[in-house]
Design a protein around this ligand. Structure first.
Ligand code: URA
Length: 434
């Protein structure tokens, strides 16, 4: 078999066999197939798409590209949650400790920023000293001891996705349904959880802009999960504006901590409660959504979820004091307002553009090797539907470089639309496939 023939076959729009897909995944993981051929195949898949059969074969080949984690040593039904990616999506930071505080063992594998979206691991690294490079023994020990552990992809777990994820991030090949479905589900299957709750985003800040595409992605992933014997459900949620107010790694950690103190933005809390309910139902901790919501609210009200976050941060090498004193998180030197150019209702905030503003400030990677500035980002002053007076801050920009701050401010202004008429609100939760 030759990689050249596989690229040409897909470029010409034919269906690849499971053997051809495995040949590519194994060869690329071992370093025998170079990045340039893998990039060409990703681009061919992007334009020609994959059938359901190809997507399932790609998922299984990627899941088996390393070890399949055996979590049978962890007590209880292990639940993992994964988002298809968004802007200001800090859900796991609050939801994982909330669910763990309700008795759900959270054994989670997370990723880094991708395209215009952020990643949980980058955000967590805002805690000084925090690491996701756990051995499997530490991972299992932490879930058993404190109820929560988050690891990054290692050379052992779904290494094919680790390599492809980084490659797609810098070759404009992220937003393809089969590539997203196989990337997410290969990690989830390899990470060994019994139940999987998916948060499938739709809108201008999501990879699937149209709701019909998001639904198709959700259905495909739920099917892959169920075929592999995992209890899988999906929530389709709005990502047409950033979730909450903060966008940027340390800024989002701060907002997630505020949420665990009971001071979270309404949309963010609603999403945490909806996804959390699915986790509690899947894990057998609650019998109804109402009961689950009540338990999650109680975990926040009593402070047990916040305490769980501190325990988790400490168990993974981070400074738990930063959970109680957010001044210890990375902070940008410059904080500048983006004043509204006129009065009116905020009609639209192009969400992917806000993610790009954060990248411009240094909050994301430009090449596979580049580092990121954890302190930078934006905090919205207004959300869609809010009234703004001329000169009031539409957002505050947190930057370390005046040139980048200026470029982000200009781009952010272009992303916002202000009108005289109040816009119709889009519902946050579109559907639940359970
Ligand atoms: N999240 C992932 O893990 N992979 C993707 O391809 C997109 C979002």
């Amino acid at each position: 078999m030759r990689m050249y023939d596989i690229i040409m076959k897909k470029r010409n729009g034919a269906e690849l066999t499971a053997e051809e897909i495995r040949f590519f995944v194994e060869g690329y993981t071992k370093g025998e197939i170079p990045d340039y051929q893998a990039s060409a195949l990703m681009m061919a898949i992007y334009f020609r798409k994959m059938t359901r059969r190809e997507t399932a074969a790609l998922t299984m080949a990627m899941a088996h590209s390393g070890d399949m984690l055996d979590l049978s040593a962890v007590r209880g039904i292990k639940v993992d949650k994964h988002s298809t990616g968004g802007v200001g999506d800090k859900t796991s930071l609050a939801l994982a400790p909330m669910a763990a505080a309700c008795g759900i063992p959270v054994a989670k594998m997370s990723g880094r920023g991708l395209g215009h979206t952020g990643g949980t691991i980058d955000k967590l690294e805002s805690f000084p000293g925090f690491t996701t490079a756990l051995t499997r023994e530490q991972f299992i020990e932490n879930v058993n001891r404190i109820g929560i552990a988050i690891m990054g992809q290692t050379a052992e777990l779904a290494p094919a996705d680790k390599k492809l994820y980084a490659l797609r991030d810098v070759t404009a090949t992220v937003d393809n349904m089969s590539l997203i479905a196989s990337s997410i589900m290969s990690k989830k299957l390899a990470a060994g959880a019994d139940a999987i709750v998916l948060d499938v985003k739709t809108g201008s800040g999501a990879f699937m802009k149209k709701e019909t595409d998001a639904r198709a992605l959700a259905e495909e992933m739920v099917q892959i999960g169920r075929d592999a014997g995992r209890r899988t459900s999906a929530v389709i949620s709005d990502m047409d504006q950033p979730l909450g107010y903060a966008v940027g790694n340390a800024l989002e950690v701060k907002e997630a901590i505020a949420a665990l103190r009971g001071e979270g933005p309404a949309d963010f809390m609603e999403l945490c409660d909806t996804l959390g309910s699915q986790m509690l139902l899947a894990g057998g901790r609650a019998q109804s959504r109402e009961e689950a919501r009540g338990m999650l609210k109680e975990a926040v009200r009593t402070g047990s979820a916040l305490k769980k976050l501190a325990e988790f941060v400490e168990a993974q090498g981070g400074n738990p004091a930063a959970v109680y004193d957010t001044e210890l998180l990375p902070k940008a030197r410059l904080v500048q307002s983006v004043p509204a150019p006129k009065s009116g209702y905020v009609n639209r905030i192009a969400c992917d553009e806000v993610g790009i503003c954060s990248l411009i400030l240094g909050g994301g990677r430009e090449t596979k090797e580049s580092g990121i500035d954890l302190s930078v980002g934006l905090v919205l002053g207004k959300k869609v539907g809010d009234w703004v007076e001329k000169g009031e801050p539409l957002a505050m920009i947190h930057a370390n470089d005046p040139g980048r701050a200026d470029a982000a401010r200009k781009r952010f202004l272009l992303a916002c639309e202000i009108s005289e008429t109040e816009p119709v609100k889009r519902p946050l939760i579109r559907d639940i496939l359970s």
